[in-house]
Design a protein around this ligand. Sequence first.
Ligand SMILES: Cc1cc2nc3c(=O)[nH]c(=O)nc-3n(C[C@H](O)[C@H](O)[C@H](O)COP(=O)(O)OP(=O)(O)OC[C@H]3O[C@@H](n4cnc5c(N)ncnc54)[C@H](O)[C@@H]3O)c2cc1C
Length: 351
Amino acid sequence: MKHVDYIVVGGGISGSVLSYTLMKYGAAVQLFDCPDQNLSSNVAAGLWNPIVLKRLKKVWRADEMMEELSTLYPSMEQWSKTSFYQSIPIRRVFHSPGEQNNWLGLTSNKAFAPYMEDKIDPLPESVIGQHGSAMMKQTGRLHVNTMTKAVASQLNSQGYYSEEKFDWSKVIRNNEGVEYNGLRAHGIISCQGAQMALGEGEIAQNGFAPVKGEIIRIKLDKDLGNACIHQGYFMLGEHNKECSVGATYAWDGFEHGPTAKKRLELEDHIKSVWLGTGKTIHHTAGIRPATKDRRPMVGPHDHLQHTWIFNGMGSRAVLMTPWLAKVLVEHFMYGSELLKECLPSRFKASS
Ligand SMILES: Cc1cc2nc3c(=O)[nH]c(=O)nc-3n(C[C@H](O)[C@H](O)[C@H](O)COP(=O)(O)OP(=O)(O)OC[C@H]3O[C@@H](n4cnc5c(N)ncnc54)[C@H](O)[C@@H]3O)c2cc1C
């Protein structure tokens, strides 16, 4: 029988960050994942930003999240000897003088000042608009696929990664912990993201409200460099004059992949904001594991013994997971409090 401290099910952003954090605190982990069935992390643009750009509101617990993010990802890079953490300023384009004034007003508020430049810039060449733009500070991009693959590869080299479907019906629970196919552990943490949110996993949890998102990759006539420009949708510069554009939001149509309707929505956006040409070369769709009250899901499963949920990251997994992983792992290690507003039990018990 092989002993580990925790079994982690799901190797998207959540399971990868959580596995690393557990190891950082000295725990042994066995990670199970089906990377080819990933419905969300594989398509994420990977942007992080502590401010909700449309409404200029601060993300819930943004300061704590930013502090943890800025140390955790670089330490994961060192551990895995792989680069995936990139700082990129995000440019917010204004649509009216009122939006400009609102921005400048917030820059003198000490809660917002660390994240917003206090000056209005002209728009970059080829971007259409009349009211200028301003830069966010401390924003960036995580190359998500590179990160999840690096974690899987490191764990695999040590014999702690299983690229296979975890079969919940084979779990045996007793007072000491769990047993599964020759493995013994204190507990299992489900990081099954979109699959649990869609009710497709073998263990159920109420309270999810999944949101479908689509992104196109276009070839521009001009290089955007590393820039990220936000005006309702983001335009994120890739290499070779390519640029990712997204993301859309939809609360149905989960069974279909990328749709012609959303592709058109994004292409129309580009026509309205870009003076040059842009040709779509790739189109993807994914499912955000969001919850009904927009708070993540971190804590014990309501009736399965030794079973935990780490999910519900919605559209902000990159920003949220480092801090939430720390909260959960410190609860395991030191018995510190979990966050009441994130407990799965805030929703009616699952069946
Ligand atoms: C179009 C789009 C753009 C986005 N852009 C951003 C962005 O810019 N920034 C940001 O922070 N977030 C973004 N998001 C949101 C982000 O992608 C999600 O919040 C995040 O990917 C959720 O990660 P997760 O690990 O919780 O779940 P998932 O990515 O769904 O991963 C779950 C994993 O668990 C595995 N799994 C499930 N069941 C089992 C089982 N029984 N056995 C083994 N493995 C199992 C799955 O195969 C999968 O690999 C975007 C989402 C979409 C759709």
